[in-house]
Design a protein around this ligand. Structure first.
Ligand SMILES: O=C(O)CCC(=O)C(=O)O
Length: 272
């Protein structure tokens, strides 16, 4: 059991804080206990069985276009699940992740959005394209972000764990991103290319561990070559003023946001 946990708090060490600042991501062990994970997984699986209704493009495949039939999805993506299942708001993961975000990025971090990313078994194409999260979002003066990625199943090389290119967060400009499966009306996924010399680090993590990444580090993940699901639960924190600005622009991270709002971000070749 993690001695780092005290109620809603998870204690991040100075070394982990330094690693997050330098590399753009960090692996934190033992953030949720087994009983806490079991309870979250029960609701998670209700989303996967579609017992909790998720409208429009907030239930989609991140490895294909919006035309794919749900039974063929490779990466089941549920956007903003706490909106569709309000009982999740304020759950233990949100509270502990908030304590982590504040230690990594400052006391003004607030929850911006949540997301479920479940790779179906035996899906070679359950590949999350290389990207920097900021390419998906409107430009704002303060971009600080802590995105916590919780493994509900052990996340391995074989089932498609997260991969990072350390220190890309310190490059002077975002890399150019392009839509992966047609325009913004046809799919949500954006991607960018590895460059010669990029060092790729795979980060397998245990059930109950999290990785935390910032808005600029380049990351992605490979297919699922196992008989089991790879279930991840993401909660992202940004500064209160940034979240206010996003909402003023009509940007909520829902894939059902107005098309003209989504069109303003993630444009081919755009750099910031
Ligand atoms: O779950 C994955 O493989 C990718 C997740 C991701 O890109 C993100 O949370 O920003």
């Amino acid at each position: 059991m993690s001695e780092r946990i005290e109620g809603d708090e998870y204690r991040v060490s100075d070394e982990e804080r330094a690693r997050f600042a330098a590399d753009g991501y960090v692996h934190l062990r033992g953030v949720l206990r087994d009983d806490e994970l079991d309870e979250l997984a029960e609701t998670y699986d209700r989303f996967l069985r579609r017992e909790i209704e998720v409208p429009g493009h907030d239930y989609c495949d991140m490895a294909g276009d919006y035309g794919r039939a749900p039974e063929d999805f490779s990466i089941v993506n549920v956007m903003v699940p706490r909106r569709y299942h309000p009982a999740w708001q304020g759950n233990i993961y949100e509270r502990r992740a908030a304590s982590i975000a504040r230690q990594l990025q400052g006391p003004d971090m607030v929850l911006d959005y949540d997301q479920l990313l479940a790779k179906q078994p035996w899906k070679d194409d359950a590949v999350f394209a290389w990207h920097q999260d900021m390419a998906y979002w409107p430009d704002t003066p303060d971009t600080r972000t802590a995105t916590t990625w919780l493994a509900l199943d052990a996340s391995t090389e074989e089932n498609g764990c997260m991969r990072f290119v350390p220190a890309t967060n310190r490059e002077p400009a975002l890399r150019p991103h392009t839509p992966q499966f047609g325009g913004r009306g046809e799919s949500h996924a954006l991607g960018t290319e590895l460059r010669p010399g990029d060092e790729v680090v795979s980060v397998p993590i245990a059930r109950g561990d999290v990785t935390v990444h910032n808005e600029r580090v380049m990351h992605g993940s490979g297919g699922n070559r196992t008989a089991g699901f790879r279930r991840a639960y993401v909660v992202a924190f940004r500064s209160a003023t940034t979240v206010q600005t996003e909402r003023r622009l009509g940007f909520t991270h829902s894939h059902n946001d107005e098309p003209e709002v989504l069109d303003r971000v993630g444009i081919e070749g755009e750099t910031r």
